[in-house]
Design a protein around this ligand. Structure first.
Ligand SMILES: Cc1cc2nc3c(=O)[nH]c(=O)nc-3n(C[C@H](O)[C@H](O)[C@H](O)COP(=O)(O)OP(=O)(O)OC[C@H]3O[C@@H](n4cnc5c(N)ncnc54)[C@H](O)[C@@H]3O)c2cc1C
Length: 528
């Protein structure tokens, strides 16, 4: 029997009491804002806390929506955030992907190679060694090194005392040694030169739209090990996750004001005093946390006049991450998706080595570099888990915002034509490599463009993953949580669901002088 269509996000209503002062205001009810709010609530008492969200639902990028008889979602993969969910009491039913983490197809001309990347580091290592026996020793050395590197990340303090800073080279020498190393630099270090093996390894950087010759080696290692160790998706739709968080926050005394755009972050004499909404209402606060696009938050909502010129120069140099085209398809019930071997967190197809670099260069040039000989796309099949009507999502990254917003606002015909063009392009790819006969079964088609992401998130670049996780913006080189405006914070440790929850952990730890997480870089609360 088909599942009932209902969205949890619609159950969350504003409960703003009309007060004009709060201890803490959080701008944005995405996963970063909601995690910060819940971690804060759990570790403080009697604080008046308000989340302000411009959309009429919580969740930001982590969401689901209805179109016709279908529910579509942004369909993120949940890396290992279980400990944090349990700590906060977020109880939603999750499906764990026990066997394979990814079905991966690489196309080199007429040659099509297929890999099933197993979950779990041991299984992955064994699989790689069996697939590339001539590289077995190098694979062992690389992965052992990566595991050790990641375990040293655990020893880092993100809120360090002087003693911590002095001890870091002793406790985490591999982290220090790799701070400026890219992921391809890491592969080079272990003499991984076999192009077929590199293609498989580079999967872990290209799914956040960054090529391995620019991605931080530490970051990619963390993403690889944390997502393949335990990865999940909800049995329900993706909006259930933020809706459950929002409900917990409200039940525990927090307030949420939906449908409310923050137009100004008010700074007086170098200190934050509150925010101004687009309806001109002012709400005061001792502390303000912004989880929105960092360029907008600082340069537009605060304003350059309140920022030191050095900081403005730093902001100007930041590379925001890429945007995407997402094609959500509702299919008829004649197609048997269950028979097509699609039940993986991601089914990924791309052309061979060098593809991510070319695509990223296209993005940096302000457009995209997709062609018949150069592509990368992920195909996800949510209905295999939700049990609802057949759906397929095709995710295509990287795209730049280019003229998408301009077309959407001023040239609807062109906007529609471009959407259809790219829709057809990627549907063909999905049909060829994963879903035979796909185009014959499409009932509803919904294409999200960089303009869609920009509108929903408030990021002018429609960036999916905040600041790009390139090596020059990693660790100490990333924008710090503390802004130049006193008591205004911007938790931007990392992107993704795991990264966004860690934003909350580290933010609250900073506000509470390490009394919550002991200044640690990973989740390690003092009291469970
Ligand atoms: C299609 C897609 C696929 C993804 N896939 C994955 C994946 O597989 N795995 C993974 O881990 N991550 C994935 N991500 C990334 C992940 O979803 C994001 O990193 C994460 O959800 C970001 O949360 P956030 O709270 O930091 O930001 P956002 O979700 O952008 O939330 C910010 C919130 O602030 C609000 N806001 C903005 N400006 C204002 C303002 N002026 N006033 C009031 N409110 C404002 C916005 O409306 C929004 O709700 C994906 C993202 C997308 C879009």
């Amino acid at each position: 029997m088909e599942k009932k269509i209902q969205l949890s996000r619609n159950d969350i209503k504003s409960n703003y009491s009309g007060n004009d002062y709060y201890d803490l205001i959080i701008i944005g009810a995405g996963i970063s804002g909601l995690s910060t709010a819940l971690m804060w609530q759990k570790n403080t008492e009697g604080k008046k806390t308000l989340i302000i969200e411009k959309n009429n639902y919580p969740g930001g990028y982590c969401t689901a929506y209805k179109k016709g008889d279908y529910i579509f979602e942004t369909t993120q993969l949940f890396p290992d955030i279980i400990e944090m969910m349990e700590y906060l009491g977020i109880n939603i039913k999750l499906k764990r992907y026990e066997n394979d983490f990814m079905r991966r197809i690489v196309v080199n001309g007429n040659e099509v190679a297929e890999y099933k990347i197993p979950a779990g580091v041991k299984n992955f290592t064994a699989y790689l060694k069996a697939t590339f026996p001539q590289d077995a020793d190098r694979i062992d050395s690389l992965i052992n090194y990566q595991v050790s590197l990641f375990s040293q990340v655990r020893k880092l303090k993100v809120i360090p005392t002087l003693k911590d800073t002095l001890l870091t080279p002793l406790k985490a020498p591999r982290v220090i040694a790799n701070l400026n190393r890219t992921f391809s630099g890491l592969l080079d270090k272990f003499k991984i030169t076999n192009p077929r093996l590199r293609e498989v390894m580079e999967t872990f950087t290209s799914f956040s739209g960054v090529p391995s010759d620019r991605a931080s080696g530490i970051y990619a290692t963390g993403a690889m090990l944390s997502s393949m160790t335990r990865c999940f998706r909800p049995y329900g739709y993706f909006d259930e996750f933020p809706a459950t968080m929002a409900k917990l926050f409200q039940d525990r005394g927090g307030e949420i004001k939906l449908n409310s755009l923050v137009e100004k972050i008010i700074a007086e004499s170098g200190k934050v005093t509150g925010i101004k909404l687009s309806d001109n209402n002012i709400i005061k606060a001792d502390t303000v946390i912004t989880t929105t696009d960092p360029m907008v938050a600082l340069r537009k909502l605060v304003g350059d006049e309140h920022l030191p010129s050095k900081y403005i120069e730093r902001l100007k140099k930041i590379v925001m991450s890429t945007s995407s085209i997402n094609i959500a398809l509702g299919l008829d019930d004649k197609i048997d998706l269950a028979a097509m071997d699609l039940d993986y967190p991601y089914n990924v197809v791309s052309t061979g080595l060098g593809t991510s670099e070319k695509l990223f260069d296209g993005f940096l040039a302000g457009d995209n570099a997709f062609s018949d000989d150069c592509f990368h796309a992920a195909v996800i099949c949510p209905s295999l888990t939700t049990g609802a009507k057949n759906t397929i999502t095709i995710r295509c990254t990287p795209f730049a915002i280019n003229s998408w917003m301009e077309w959407r606002n001023n040239d609807p015909e062109k906007y529609k034509a471009e959407k259809e063009r790219w829709g057809d392009f990627f549907i063909n790819i999905a049909e060829k490599y994963f879903v035979p006969g796909l185009s014959k079964h499409i009932v509803v088609k919904d294409i999200a463009t960089p303009a869609t992401y920009s509108r929903y998130s408030g990021s002018p670049t429609g960036s999916l993953y905040d600041m790009a996780s390139i090596v020059t913006q990693f660790g100490p080189k990333r924008l710090p949580f503390k802004t130049p405006v006193e008591n205004l914070y911007q938790p931007k440790f990392a992107h993704g669901l795991y990264g966004s929850m860690m934003n909350g952990v580290q933010m609250v730890d900073m506000l509470l002088d390490r009394k919550f997480n002991n200044g640690d870089s990973l989740f390690n609360p003092r009291s469970k």
